[in-house]
Design a protein around this ligand. Structure first.
Ligand code: FES
Length: 117
């Protein structure tokens, strides 16, 4: 640009959701103990069924520990940086339809701000 500022490139994905799928040994809290893999698969299939996946749309990704294990199972949505603690597949469906599709944060599933590892 003439004034020296750069225009950021358009985001390749509109929204990106990461699921912690971390499995810990020795009884330490971890998302894999709370059916995180099933939730990841559900999110992916629901988003696909709604035609949300792909460039300009939604990407559903696996992640390792996001270091907020005490609130697990955990997923985080960017670019809004909204953290969710979900329980079951109905919660995942609500995140997909409300947040990933419609851009409306699911307030009841927000991870409390002070929850860490
Ligand atoms: S094990 Fe999932 S956030 Fe750490």
């Amino acid at each position: 640009m003439a004034d020296g500022t750069a225009t950021p490139p358009a985001s390749y994905y509109q929204r990106h959701i990461f699921f912690c799928l971390n499995q810990r040994e020795g009884g330490e809290a971890c998302c894999a103990d709370h059916k995180a893999e099933d939730a990841f698969a559900r999110c992916k299939s629901r988003a696909k069924a709604l035609g949300l996946l792909g460039p300009g749309g939604v990407r559903v990704n696996r992640a390792g520990c996001l270091d907020r294990c005490a609130g697990g199972p955990i997923a985080v949505v960017y670019p809004e940086a909204v953290w969710y603690s979900y329980v079951d597949q109905a919660d995942i469906d609500e995140i997909v339809e409300s947040h990933l599709r419609d851009g409306v944060v699911v307030e009841r599933l927000l991870t409390p701000p002070d929850v860490g590892r």
